[in-house]
Design a protein around this ligand. Structure first.
Ligand SMILES: [Zn+2]
Length: 465
């Protein structure tokens, strides 16, 4: 295959490694330029790159869509001159979700006594769960999909549909602790009213009405999002359960069963009314240790018979954004076993350790606003997101409002957002002292932050338990 392509501006791009099977229609390659990638569209036989450039105009038109400002969506920058495809920005340190969240064979590096115990009893599960931790556990997965939900909610709010969403089109930074997410492959992006049936889909992630009738909509985006999230979080496709295992040796049956699973003919693996497709797959049996009640409820509304057949009953992307933000801000990492769990469980469901937890609860007037809880590890910096003061909003960037660091019975507060005036009360709000730079505040303090723009006041209770 050709390794060199010229764009319409005369720049030559040398392809290096393939980084993705982008959606149903093409492939993405890195180039010699570390921050540029090239997407190539297959010919109809999928044997080579298509030489038909008649659709390339469409990539230029995408730049005219009314996209929200600062949205993490990579658009085509230049069309190719004599092949179907385009050039796009893709930073060198970004990795596809598929590669980032596949636990198989990546457990090296994670070791602890709890994992050793599991290794003695169930070595395969120990390897699998070690790989799950090494690839960021549920916390990094939730954070990644929160980033993707942000992009999709903003597109939907503008009346745009992404059309071919899956984790294959999402990239996350490879730098530890950096959960920056970008979506690529915006080729099918379109106003809901303007989508033609030719828009491409990937059956594994597509909603039943897309596979059956080519009916794309914000609800089909939400369905694809839910499939991809479930798959990466629970390590199993939500419809690839027991019904696909029967007579799997018969190839025709397997193909047919897979097609039926993708088009929504089967119950999902956690179906409450019909357990014929349930079983011990991925982390399905441990689902209460991974999913918050709210997240489970959203999956159920998407994959239940009603959700499969009545697309408008599915949760919106805004609901997913809210549920993922809540799950991320309640995610505690156990210091004994290394697994993540929701703060509402009180103790680690994996190893029964009772953790030391720092919780920040915000309120505006008499109304509770948001809660942020994390493991309290001496000396470790925790970055508190701005949603603690504003509530979760997709248009709000994931910026840090301030950082905290837990000590024995004191909490250091620092890196405070200068857009607020900060003060602390040690007597439950009777009197306040202004905070500048950094300060060590006692456990149980009340922090007051006043917005410089709106003068809105938010109170934050800070507690280590
Ligand atoms: Zn644990």
């Amino acid at each position: 295959m050709r390794k060199q392509f010229e764009d319409i501006y005369g720049h030559t791009h040398m392809l290096t490694k393939q980084i993705g099977e982008a959606g149903g229609q093409g492939v993405v390659f890195r180039t010699m330029d570390p921050d540029l990638a090239v997407k190539l569209i297959h010919n109809s036989a999928k044997t080579d790159v298509s030489a038909d450039t008649s659709n390339n105009r469409r990539y230029a038109e995408l730049r005219l869509l009314p996209l929200p400002e600062r949205i993490n969506l990579t658009l085509p920058r230049a069309e190719l001159k004599d092949a179907a495809g385009y050039v796009m920005m893709l930073l060198d340190d970004m990795q596809e979700f598929g590669g980032a969240f596949t636990p198989d064979g990546v457990n090296d590096g994670v070791a602890n006594p709890w994992l050793d115990e599991i290794q003695d009893i169930a070595p395969e599960f120990a390897d699998f769960i070690g790989g799950y931790m090494a690839t960021g556990g549920s916390r990094r997965r939730i954070s990644a999909y929160l980033g993707a939900a942000r992009v999709l909610s903003e597109l939907h709010a503008k009346g745009l549909v992404y059309c071919d969403f899956s984790g294959r089109n999402c990239f996350i930074s490879t730098v530890p602790g950096n959960d920056t997410v970008w979506l690529i492959d915006a080729d099918n992006l379109s106003f809901a009213e303007a989508i033609t049936k030719d828009a491409v889909c990937t059956n594994e992630y597509a909603a039943p009405e897309v596979i059956q009738k080519g009916l794309f909509s914000p609800w089909s985006d939400c369905y694809s999002f839910a499939i991809s999230l479930f798959k990466d979080l629970m390590c199993i496709h939500p419809f690839m359960g027991a019904l696909l295992e029967q007579d799997f040796d018969k190839d025709d049956f397997a193909d047919d069963a897979e097609a039926r699973a993708f088009q929504g003919d089967f119950p999902w693996v956690c179906d409450q009314d019909d357990n014929s497709n349930s079983g011990d797959y991925g982390l399905v049996e441990q689902r209460e240790m991974i999913l918050t009640n709210r997240l489970f409820g959203l999956f159920d509304r998407t994959f239940s018979e009603k959700g499969r057949k009545k697309r408008k009953t599915r949760p919106t992307m805004l609901e997913w954004f809210f549920a993922l933000a809540e799950a991320l801000d309640g995610s505690v990492r156990c210091q004994h076993c290394g697994m993540d769990f929701d703060v509402s469980l009180g103790k680690c469901p994996w190893c029964d350790t009772i953790p030391r937890i720092v919780s920040l609860k915000s309120r505006k007037g008499q109304s509770s606003l948001w809660k942020f809880s994390k493991e309290a590890v001496d000396g470790a910096e925790l970055r508190v997101p701005v949603r603690l003061m504003k509530g979760p909003k997709p248009s709000e960037r994931g910026d840090t409002a301030f950082s905290i660091c837990c000590g024995k019975d004191v909490i250091r507060i620092f890196n405070m957002d200068p857009g607020y005036a900060w003060a602390v009360s040690l007597d439950r709000g009777q009197s306040f002292q202004n905070l500048f730079g950094h300060a060590d505040i006692p456990n149980g303090s009340l922090v007051r932050c006043t917005s410089a723009d709106s003068n809105d006041v938010v109170m934050i209770e800070v507690k280590i338990e």
